[in-house]
Design a protein around this ligand. Structure first.
Ligand code: ZN
Length: 112
């Protein structure tokens, strides 16, 4: 399922090292760079799905969300991007992020 190293780097450079779905800069840290993945727009049965024009640079979390059954039917960049932006999943993450952030702030204030 993985593309060749050459293709991977070609996609990375074309997309300027940023996740095309959420805009995350994957060169900001080594852990972000390591999370970089190449997303296939076309399903497995397409013979030319590994062609660079059918590949998109993606951060790990965006690519993981696109592995859902519903997203697998979406074969264009725009439809996949709007799936990610509208997914319930995304809203859930934002809420949990906020909860963790509030806990940390409360803990830091308690220690100060
Ligand atoms: Zn992303």
């Amino acid at each position: 399922m993985a593309v060749s190293d050459r293709t991977w780097h070609e996609v990375f450079d074309r997309d300027n090292g940023c996740c095309r779905y959420c805009g995350e800069d994957l060169l900001l840290s080594i852990s972000r760079y390591r999370s970089a993945e190449v997303d296939h727009l076309l399903p497995v049965e397409h013979s030319d799905r590994d062609a660079v024009e059918h590949l998109v640079l993606s951060c790990g979390p965006c690519n993981k969300s696109l592995n859902s059954v519903r997203a697998r039917r979406l074969t264009t960049f725009d439809s996949r991007k709007s799936f990610l932006q509208s997914s319930v999943h995304q809203v859930g993450y934002l809420r949990k992020y906020q909860e963790h952030l509030e806990k940390r702030i409360a803990r830091n204030l308690g220690e100060g």
